[in-house]
Ligand binder design. Sequence first.
Ligand SMILES: Cc1cc2nc3c(=O)[nH]c(=O)nc-3n(C[C@H](O)[C@H](O)[C@H](O)COP(=O)(O)OP(=O)(O)OC[C@H]3O[C@@H](n4cnc5c(N)ncnc54)[C@H](O)[C@@H]3O)c2cc1C
Length: 462
Amino acid sequence: MAGFDFDLFVIGGGSGGVRAARKAAGTGARVAIAEDDRFGGTCVIRGCVPKKLFVYAAQFAEAFQDCAGYGWSVDGVSFDWPTLVANKDVEIARLEAAYRAGLAEAGVELFEVRAALDGAHSIALPGLDRKVTAERILIATGGRANPHRALNGHEHCITSKEAFDLERLPQSIAIVGGGYIAVEFAGIFNGLGVDTTIVYRGKEILQRFDMDLRTLLHAEYENKGITIRCHEIFTNIEKQADGRLKGTLSSGDTIETDAVMLAVGRLPNTDDLGLETVAVKTGPNGAIVVDEYSQTNIDHIWAIGDVTDRMQLTPVAIHEAMCFVDTLYRGRPTRPDYDSVATAVFSQPEIGTVGLSEDEAISRFGNLDIFSSTFRPMKNTLAQRSGRMLVKLVVDADTDRVLGAHVLGPGAGEMAQLLGIALKMGATRIDFDATMAVHPTAAEEFVTFAEPLRRIRGGKTV
Ligand SMILES: Cc1cc2nc3c(=O)[nH]c(=O)nc-3n(C[C@H](O)[C@H](O)[C@H](O)COP(=O)(O)OP(=O)(O)OC[C@H]3O[C@@H](n4cnc5c(N)ncnc54)[C@H](O)[C@@H]3O)c2cc1C
């Protein structure tokens, strides 16, 4: 629109912001984006990507142990943390360059500075000592790890952000939290030979996931030597003369450890964003309040991704970006769809899940059939490994519709992606049953269940 420097100004060059900027520019809009750290955002620089690379690194430990049962002997293996960190950095730099190239090719103007609102249509770029104007503004500034300032001694702790770049691999670590980030890092550190403890205030790790997944993962983690202390919090963290940390727990016990990592949730990046200059509404935790189309209370200001604290996942931020572009630049008003979002937890063994947990299903549907099977994956047989796998379907007994599909074991994340298609299409148990098994696989369990393990009628197991 004439009169403004840009049609759209995007603040934040992470998963959501980059996609929105690129796609909006593709429609012919004049688009700019500001990023004050590195293009790619949390996912690429300090989230999904480095995390998955570290998971792969950690998995080699068991692979080296397991290979003996298959006739291999691998002598003298060793692990070098600085090599992993350096190689991870090379890969991230490659991806970051690809993000920049994609934006440049689409004709998006890049501002590599912090940005803040400075009036209805005005954006301040203090690093450049400059202001620009835009017809519309999209806030996609993501979130950051909660530094847990209420904890005495929190300044001695790290978060996932620092964990990716530690100078040395600690010999021991205590991870505070029971969410997916805590659980994934516990698997990573344990796999790399670090004495690992999870300290979680709740009753069981991975709240909001199906209880069978949670209890089996808990057992598998303990079998691998990870200590899990539920119903506990640290009340104090103290640095000792030798540089190690001493944590005091609510039970009065103490833990001496090389490092404490806080994974107690994420906070939206809305500080110093100038939201008050235009009175953009935020919720109690500082997240930007948006309607079902991602529009804020100010007509021309929109927000997507983690800064809105809806569902903190990369594909969701990208989906919200695509809906934003469809709505405003392609004449197709589109609401983000949060139904049946498949997700993975890259624990070891990993979790894949889509749809309702058994407990959620019980609270919404009276009559359920629960199909579930726990078994040792074939690869573990010759390896003499005891680890078990879980495959589970939660089915509405009245309609036969599959409400939830859950899996814990190798390849679970990959399975969840495909199960997500079936559930999105409204698949029934008969559809699963009518599907020919792929043999021998673990996923074939999903299509070969005979009888339900449990029948729930009127909310009660019968
Ligand atoms: C350890 C970890 C592991 C994760 N693993 C997964 C996973 O396996 N799968 C998954 O789907 N999701 C995962 N996530 C979540 C995922 O990374 C986020 O949901 C996703 O990155 C959100 O995208 P976004 O665009 O909203 O924000 P971000 O990707 O956080 O991008 C926001 C960007 O805005 C920039 N910014 C902030 N303020 C300003 C400002 N004022 N001016 C200019 N720039 C600014 C920031 O520097 C940042 O680059 C993980 C997150 C973490 C922390």
